[in-house]
Write a protein that binds this ligand. Structure first.
Ligand SMILES: Nc1ncnc2c1ncn2[C@@H]1O[C@H](COP(=O)(O)OP(=O)(O)OP(=O)(O)O)[C@@H](O)[C@H]1O
Ligand SMILES: [Mg+2]
Length: 507
């Protein structure tokens, strides 16, 4: 053997991949030990044998490919086959192979050279990676929280189903875009700077801390969300994973609880003050009345005392309102037909309102019985109608008072009324309506937009208190210039009331 043949034999023998050559009849010419071991047969025993004599399990497939190389002179690169290991029956092995033509000096294909690699471990690792990716994906897709991952430039890399639901964007539409599209200004403009600052200094306001921020949905609406961000450093760079939760409902509940707590505390405080104030008013009224009698001959003093008494009477009516708000009166609840009570309230209120206001009353008497304190329901109706009249002012306008059954499933207004049958009382006006900032505060005691002396800001606080005590729900919709609608939902205790005719009153 000359030197180069020796070198070649050594290279061929020790190569870490399987190598072999076939002659034009597809019989083994050479094979290295590596491939011989894969085939489970000593190298020398291969020589002169056909493929089906050595690896019968895969012979058909291999032979047809080798024949293709022989006939066309083409190369087959990186073909792959999964087969039972010839050396280890029962064990599946993945091979990657390359077949190329061996040509004579004249260029004729005289055989086929083969390179065969056992890529089982690599294939297993790839399969395991695919599986773990699929598993991770399933976890992310099923997560109750939105999960979004971004790269260090803020480019969205993944967006799970909950995130799709929260923001209204489809994953395919946001992948590759900057995450700032999910934020309103000023966060949107500042986000890139914030991220770069964090990358530079490692000091972040949210990353690793979490906080509540404002999100921007596809439809342009804003909502509060709890955001936590974690960082992962990979070879491909730094990546961030945001976990987020829409906390709109929680915030609403918090506000309602706060409001209820505030109302209760204020109620107690106001009740106490009203009580003491009432005690002060009593001697003022009593002494003024007596003095007026004593000074009956003095017209001027008498007039002055009338003013004192008038002011004291106003003070008393204020005390009554505050007491009602502070729930100082015990409730006298009984099964009540709301239609009757509303009609009664209407007949009392109508004469006090200007004729320019058209009040339309439509009452369904078949809504069922409600456990209610009649006096308090009067008060609710009186307060709402008087507010409606104030909102209409001196112009002509309409107030609609309606009583009807509330059917939860079909109510498109999406009010959160607890389950079960409810009666719905609607008071709708064509008045001035309210700005959102006003709407947010109307139930707060002493909140009023009316001039000093015209309103105490207690009407709706009282209404709210009464409705809550009746386990009811109150909802209001209003737009500036478009009127206001109050709806009160009270739970019906019995539906088997005699079915009376619908009452319609107008005046
Ligand atoms: N129907 C309505 N249309 C427009 N604004 C309303 C309406 N009802 C209430 N408001 C607004 O809500 C505020 C609070 O109402 P609320 O009845 O509690 O107090 P008030 O009417 O101002 O005073 P009070 O009822 O004690 O005399 C009002 O000042 C008004 O700004
Ligand atoms: Mg009022």
């Amino acid at each position: 053997m000359d030197r180069s043949t020796q070198e070649f034999a050594s290279f061929y023998g020790q190569a870490p991949v399987g190598l072999c050559c076939f002659d034009a009849n597809l019989r083994y010419l050479h094979i290295n030990d590596r491939l011989a071991a894969m085939n489970g047969m000593p190298a020398a025993e291969h020589l002169g044998k056909s493929i089906s004599e050595v690896i019968p399990g895969v012979a058909a497939g291999v032979e047809s490919q080798l024949r293709h190389v022989l006939e066309t002179g083409e190369t087959i690169v990186a073909g792959s086959v999964v087969a039972e290991a010839p050396a280890h029956p029962g064990r599946a092995v993945s091979f990657r192979h390359h077949y190329y033509p061996l040509k004579s000096d004249a260029g004729t294909v005289v055989g086929v050279g083969c390179v065969v690699e056992d890529v089982t471990e690599q294939a297993q690792a790839e399969a395991a990676l695919r599986e773990s990716e699929a598993r991770l994906r399933a976890v992310l897709e099923g997560a109750a929280d939105g999960v979004i991952s971004i790269d260090e430039n803020g480019i969205i890399e993944s967006f799970n189903r909950t995130a799709e639901r929260i923001f209204g964007h489809k994953e395919a539409d946001v992948i590759g875009r900057n995450v700032s599209l999910l934020m309103p200004e000023p966060d949107r403009g500042a986000h890139h700077i914030y991220l770069q600052e964090y990358l530079r200094t490692g000091v972040g306001k949210i990353i690793g801390i979490g906080r509540e921020v404002i999100g921007l949905r596809k439809d342009g609406t804003l909502f509060p969300l709890d955001l936590a961000i974690g960082e992962v450093r990979l070879d491909s760079g730094r990546h961030f994973t945001a976990t987020l939760r829409d906390v709109t409902e929680r915030k609403k509940l918090e506000r309602r609880l706060q409001q209820a707590g505030k109302l209760e505390a204020l109620g107690r405080l106001a009740g106490g003050i009203a009580h003491d104030f009432n005690n002060l008013l009593l001697p003022i009224i009593a002494i003024s009345t007596v003095t007026k009698q004593d000074l009956a001959h003095d017209e001027r003093a008498s007039k002055n005392l009338d003013m004192v008494l008038e002011a004291a009477a106003m003070g008393r009516s204020l005390v009554d309102k505050i007491m009602a708000f502070g729930r100082q009166h015990p409730m006298k609840r009984q099964p009540t037909n709301l239609a009757g009570v509303i009609e009664e309230a209407y007949s009392l209120i109508r004469p006090t309102l200007p004729a320019t206001i058209d009040i339309r009353v439509e009452l369904d008497s078949a809504v069922g019985l409600v456990l209610a304190d009649t006096t308090q329901i009067h008060e609710v109706i009186a307060n709402l109608v008087s507010n409606a009249a104030d909102a209409i002012g001196p112009r002509a306008g309409v107030i609609e008072v309606r009583l009807e059954k509330h059917v939860a499933d079909t109510d498109a207004r999406k009010v959160e009324v607890p389950a079960g049958p409810h009666a719905c009382v609607t008071i709708k006006d064509t008045g001035c309506g309210m700005q959102h900032a006003v709407l947010d505060q109307i139930f707060e005691p002493f909140f009023t937009t009316k001039p000093v002396g015209a309103g105490a800001g207690l009407g709706l606080a009282v209404v709210h208190g009464i409705v809550s005590e009746h386990s009811g729900t109150i909802a209001v919709t209003s737009e500036p210039g478009c009127g206001t609608t109050f709806r009160i939902y009270l739970p019906v205790i019995r539906q088997d009331t005699p079915c009376e005719a619908r009452t319609t009153v107008s005046g």
